[in-house]
Structures are given as C-alpha cells and as structure tokens.
Design a protein around this ligand. Structure first.
Ligand SMILES: [Zn+2]
Ligand SMILES: [Zn+2]
Length: 171
C-alpha cells in the first residue's frame, strides 16, 4: 500500500486548467520562486490531489488512479502488489509468508476455522455457512490490520536507523 504522497497542484486561481500534481515541497519551492519574481501571490493556490493507494500516482476521489480502479492494494506500507478481488484488506503472497508464517497464532486461528468448515462438509472453494464465513473474515481483517500496523512500525525503525547513522538525507 502506498501512503498519501501529499501531492498538490500549483494553480492560478480561477484557471480552468489543472496543473500536473507534484509533491508539496516542490510546489512550495515553485511558489517561493514566483514570489521572488514579484508576482501577485493572491492569484495562486495549492490544490491537494489524492494519491493512488496502489501506485502513488494522482488519483480519483476513491484513492485509485485510472489504471487501478477496482484493485485492492496489499496492506503493507510501500508494497505495490494489488489484487483484482474486492476486499477490505489484502495481503500479497510474499508479505503473507513474511508476516504470517506457518505455525503462527494467526494461521492457527484461520486453520481452526477451515477445519470446522471441513468437518461440516464444506471445501475451501465452497460458500460456508454465514456465521462461519463472518468469523473467517473478522479474523482475516484483524490479521491484515495487524500486518499493516507491523509494516508501518518497521518503516519507523528504518527511519530511526537512518537518523542514528546520519543517513537522514538519503533515500
Ligand atoms: Zn494507481
Ligand atoms: Zn505486499
């Protein structure tokens, strides 16, 4: 999942045209240059533009770009993998293995529900009874939210390490 890139379009007020969205810092730098050249600052504005949760490009109001309409991004911060399945939370195969390894408590919860379904005579590809499906998705959502949280904590650790070694300005 790509977090909001804080894109803005530097716009002349009342203009019918939309300028190309850019990161806020670079728009503010342009604005400062315009000010230095003595332009009337009242005539310019920074218009926020949403970024696509799948790829980070400028997005429509549903936080997807044109290419990624109908896609669900992996919950892991920075991951660009998506699925065409409609789900609230998706975890790609690689991150599933990394964050929810075989034998983990999360997998045991899902395996237990799958065993219950099997005992009742349902296969994995069949629809299960409503209450069992609801339990499955509740468990899945909780696990995916936890994966997301852990992935953001990981990113904070990386930022911390960069600061410790004085790499703050790189990458
Ligand atoms: Zn996109
Ligand atoms: Zn992923």
């Amino acid at each position: 999942m790509i977090s909001d890139r804080d894109l803005v379009a530097l716009q002349r007020k009342g203009s019918p045209f939309t300028n190309t969205p850019v990161p806020r810092e670079s728009a503010e730098a342009s604005l400062a240059r315009i000010a230095q050249n003595g332009a009337d600052m009242e005539r310019w504005e920074l218009v926020p533009v949403d970024s696509c949760r799948c790829c980070g490009e400028p997005a429509w109001a549903n936080l997807r770009c044109t290419k990624h309409q109908g896609r669900t991004p992996c919950v892991v911060e920075g991951c660009k993998r998506t699925t065409k399945r409609f789900m609230t939370y998706y975890v790609c195969g690689e991150h599933w293995k990394a964050y929810v390894p075989p034998g983990s408590p999360e997998r045991r919860v899902l395996n237990r529900l799958a065993r219950t379904a099997k005992k009742l005579g349902y296969s994995k590809t069949e629809r299960w009874p409503d209450d069992l499906e609801a339990r499955w998705w509740r468990a899945w959502d909780a696990i995916a939210r936890r994966v997301h949280r852990r992935s953001t904590e990981g990113m904070m650790d990386e930022a911390e390490i960069r600061r410790m070694f004085g790499w703050a300005d790189e990458g």
